[in-house]
Design a binder for this molecule. Structure first.
Ligand code: NCD
Length: 333
């Protein structure tokens, strides 16, 4: 199995996407289709949200074993705006603590006719494991898996870039900060590379660079000035201490001085460059407030796009499962 687990497991026998475990293995066309559908669902603040009944009668369960605000709420809103029932389980305080295995929880919810599980976990492998055990009409969506993969974040980042800067083929994108521990960096990079990004730069201290051999096609930089020079997009990432064994070795003030995205070092990028951040932000560490709230910031737009992308993924997965059910019914009858 590839490092981003699940690429082989997320399709049904006919090759349709049944789960979304990783962006690894998705074709350029599949990515474009999801992005186009997401664009169809985008509404900006001040407009009424897009709504339809693609998930009418379905039930979506959010199972988050790690904290989340944006991702969990946006999956919930996305499912509701498509007409689904949604249940949110606070997994940080429930099943594992009581000793019930995750699979028992899944089977319990499946017995209550849950159709889609949205899962986030600090350990690698849980979404793929669950996807291998659920009933054939049930789907699993990865909402963040350890440091490995966060597919809907990758999609919303690329959608934001496409809206603001056009085709990624013509762009130079710099991802700056703690890349080693970032599932966002991995999924966003995967999407950009599949879509043929002009240039992808992973900009970090050597200690926070990805493992050797990861993300081939990206160029690594160990100087911020060099890494952002002439870039069209600069994406800042926070230091992910919760995934570090020796968290104390990164001092926030030193990090800010050397790697913080400030108005001053942003001047090295293109004058029309945009700045992104997946959140949560540590203002004054990896990014200054001046930049985060400034004219070049696309950070709020990323959040808006998060709902649209999750609507597109939910609608696509549920339609694919429906198609599979129709075929299975035809064969049986
Ligand atoms: C990210 C995550 O959880 O991976 N947040 C998010 O989903 N928007 C990034 C992070 O935690 O730093």
């Amino acid at each position: 199995m590839s490092i981003e687990s699940g690429a082989e497991l997320q399709r049904d026998q006919a090759g349709r996407l049944r789960h979304l475990l990783t962006l690894e293995g998705l074709t350029r066309d599949e990515l474009q289709h999801l992005l186009d559908l997401a664009q169809f669902y985008v509404r900006v603040p001040g407009e009424l949200p897009a709504r339809d009944q693609s998930l009418w009668g379905r039930t979506v369960a959010n199972l988050f074993f790690e904290p989340s605000t944006r991702t969990r709420v946006s999956f919930e809103l996305a499912a509701k705006r498509l007409g689904a029932d949604v249940v949110n389980l606070d997994m940080q305080s429930s099943s594992r603590v009581k000793g019930e295995t995750v699979l028992d929880t899944i089977y319990t919810l499946q017995a209550m006719l849950v159709d889609v599980f949205v899962m986030r976990d600090a350990e690698p492998g849980l979404p793929a494991y669950v996807s291998a055990h659920v009933a054939p009409h049930v789907s699993v969506l990865n909402a963040g898996e350890a440091h490995l993969s966060h597919p809907t974040q990758g999609l919303l980042d690329v959608l934001t870039i496409r809206q603001r800067k056009g085709e990624v083929r013509n762009l130079s994108v710099a991802i700056v900060g703690d890349i080693r521990h970032s599932r966002v960096a991995r999924s966003t990079s995967r999407a950009l590379l599949t879509l043929g990004v002009g240039e992808l730069r992973l900009v970090s201290p050597a200690s926070l660079a990805p493992e050797p051999g990861e993300l081939e096609g990206a160029r690594r930089h160990h100087s911020l000035a060099e890494g952002v020079a002439g870039a069209d997009v600069v994406m800042a990432l926070r230091i992910q201490r919760e995934r570090m064994a020796d968290a104390d070795t990164v001092d926030p003030e030193t990090f800010y001085r050397e790697w913080g995205v400030t108005a001053e070092n942003l001047r090295g990028a293109r004058p029309d460059a945009i700045v992104m951040h997946p959140g949560p932000m540590n203002r004054g560490v990896e990014i200054t407030s001046e930049v985060a709230d400034g004219a070049q910031s696309a950070i709020r737009q990323q959040v808006t796009n998060g709902v649209a992308v999750r609507m597109a993924v939910l609608a696509t997965i549920v339609r694919n499962v429906q198609e599979r059910n129709v075929e299975a019914g035809r064969r049986a009858g």
